[in-house]
Design a protein around this ligand. Sequence first.
Ligand SMILES: N[C@@H](CCC(=O)N[C@@H](CS)C(=O)NCC(=O)O)C(=O)O
Length: 243
Amino acid sequence: MKPVIFYGVPSGCSLASVIASEWLGQPYHLVRIEMMDKWPAQFAQVNPRMKTPAMLTASGDSLTESLAILQHIGQRGVAQGLGFEPGTPNADRLASMLSYLVTDLFAAFAPLWKLYDAGIDDPTVKSVLRKYGEDAVRVEYAYLDSLLADRAWLLGGDKPTVADAYLFAIGRWAEYHTVFKLEDSYPNVARYMRKLAADPAIRFAQEIEKNGAARGNGSFQGHVEISQLDMSKASFTSTLAAA
Ligand SMILES: N[C@@H](CCC(=O)N[C@@H](CS)C(=O)NCC(=O)O)C(=O)O
């Protein structure tokens, strides 16, 4: 089967998996999840934690967690420079960067998402969450700004990897949560985000998020309904596959 990516709107981290799929250039389908609405019950078979992104791979197995999905796409896209041969120093560097992004950078935004998602009325709790989130976000953007001072892509090199797809998806959250204007505070991150925003795959993925009439590079084979999918192998996540 063709791989299926489940992506969430608004402004999900799953944008990275759509961008990486488009960069890979191999056929794939998408399932859209409106995260603020009631989620389709069948999605629990793919990810019982009810989070996006999730994936059905070409073998029909479910795969969850951005890091795992991006590594999976990266390994299929070694020729395109999206990932690296397992066991090489570059593969280690990519794993390290992805791990930093999905833990430290993602976690820095957690208090701000808490404020956004939950109806918190207590003004003291609100201002503590806001301050805690903003401070944490600034620490990570200062680090990223220093990294990006002398390189075009997150890992250096002359092509983006799946880590760049993820940083684009998460990097936009500082302005989404109006923490700061990137241009004013972190010019290297701002330049990097501007360059990525002009990339055709990223423009496509953002159009998809907006539910626009997106035209990709030909690898996107259309949206599917979750009820149309063969989910017989979709509860793989908790056990090892047979050798
Ligand atoms: N550890 C997961 C986190 C995924 C996650 O929290 N996704 C968010 C969107 S960025 C989500 O689905 N939120 C919906 C919810 O929590 O209800 C990963 O890295 O993939």
